[in-house]
Design a protein around this ligand. Structure first.
Ligand SMILES: [Zn+2]
Length: 397
């Protein structure tokens, strides 16, 4: 990602599509019989509309395909998190397994993984095989495409996993798995950039979240609720050379376009996969000690408040390690400016974004020192517990 002086305003979803309103009969001078007839017809049309909305339908797909974009947007803004008890918080925290996060999920990602290379393929396979091994039953798709870059045509592959692809709405949790091409250090030419915080750790955190919550996600999926969980592991976040609008964010630009042009549900003529995203939660530059995570967007501030509350509750229950005060990470009183990252193409298309990124950036950012040794394991474990509580609240696990 890149720091930028430019400010980005979240676009408002244009959902005011001029719905059907019966004409008001009393405003037009007409003979009484015609007025009565028109009113009667108006009542009939209204009754038919009400019946259509409430009568049961044969298939879930047919039922949801009538949902206009305005309703998706309304449902998203009225979505209420569930209340999580102290006992549930303890259970969620105990399910997060820091050793599994590190040894099983993180280590295989700590290799050079430039787009279109063997390292990238190995990490893709690690992600897809981890998700396939879970009992919740993830639908995993590879979004592969070729794009011109300053180094010629490159193949990129986003990994997209959806818990219930038929659900109307999605909470989207994302990270990027590619690593940056850095020039070698002449003093240590064998060293390669591993991008531990950028973004191997965030990807490992997501894998640990869905592993630790697997049983809850399995029963959540069986309830066939309107919201589901979607994971995106982006490729090509990093620029090959100087960060520009065309040399960066290859995967997220491609996926945002694809989702914006894909009807959802499948037969829908009104709504797309992009409009089905309730909230786009992006994790990046996490893993170092003492991260400061600021709120970036007013329209998702109520979700940022849930992160603050989760951190406080876990702290008060003594479930966080090396955590000096109840509000150590998530802070609303600091803001160091906008950051360009994988959320940008989605933000520009009106998707609400929650950007969970350390600002200021860690000292080792985009250096060969962004390594496992410079990660702080208790912080990674704490952040994963906070995210587990957040997911449980959002989805009602
Ligand atoms: Zn980076």
């Amino acid at each position: 990602m890149s720091r930028s002086g430019r400010r980005y305003k979240p676009l408002q979803q244009s959902g005011n599509g001029g719905g059907f309103f019966p004409a008001r009969c009393d405003r037009v001078r007409m003979p009484r019989a015609r007025v009565l007839l028109l009113c009667f017809l108006g009542v009939l049309v209204l009754a038919a509309a009400v019946l259509r909305a409430y009568l049961p339908n044969d298939t879930a797909g047919a039922q949801v395909s009538r949902v206009p974009a305005a309703d998706l947007s309304k449902d998203r803004s009225s979505h209420k998190p569930s209340k999580v008890s102290a006992a549930q918080i303890s259970r969620l925290a105990s399910q997060v397994d820091a050793a599994r996060l590190w040894e099983t999920h993180l280590r295989p990602i700590l290799i050079e993984r430039l787009p279109g290379t063997k390292g990238s393929l190995a990490v893709q396979q690690h992600i897809t095989s981890t998700l396939s091994s879970l009992s919740a039953g993830w639908a995993v798709d590879l979004d592969s495409f070729r794009s011109p870059t300053p180094r010629g045509q490159v193949t990129f592959t986003n990994v997209v996993a959806t818990l219930d692809p038929t659900a109307r709405r999605r909470l989207l949790l994302a990270c990027h798995y590619d690593s940056k091409a850095l020039p070698p250090d002449p003093r240590a030419p064998e060293r390669v950039f591993l991008g531990a915080s950028d973004s191997a750790v965030p990807c490992a955190m997501i894998l640990e979240l869905v592993t630790s919550l697997d049983a809850q996600l399995r029963s959540f999926k069986l309830q066939r609720l309107p919201v589901t969980l979607q994971l995106v592991f982006f490729d090509g976040e990093e620029s090959f050379e100087e960060w520009t609008a065309t040399d960066s964010l290859y995967g997220s630009r491609h996926l945002a376009e694809l989702m914006a042009s894909t009807p959802h549900p499948t037969a829908s003529s009104h709504t797309t996969l992009l409009q089905a995203v309730d909230l786009f939660v992006l994790l990046d530059l996490l893993g170092g000690p003492n991260p400061l995570i600021a709120n970036h967007f007013d329209n998702t501030a109520r979700w940022f408040d849930r992160l603050i509350a989760a951190e406080k509750r876990l702290h008060r229950q003594g479930l966080l390690k090396s955590h000096p005060s109840e509000q150590t990470y998530f802070r609303k009183d600091v803001y160091l400016g906008p950051v360009q990252d994988d959320h940008i193409p989605f933000l520009h298309k009106g998707v609400p974004v929650l950007h969970i990124i350390a600002t200021p950036f860690p000292q080792f950012w985009h250096t060969l020192d962004d390594t496992e040794e410079n990660m702080h394991r208790p912080t990674v474990e704490n952040l994963t517990k906070i995210m587990a509580v957040f997911l449980a609240e959002y989805l009602g696990l």
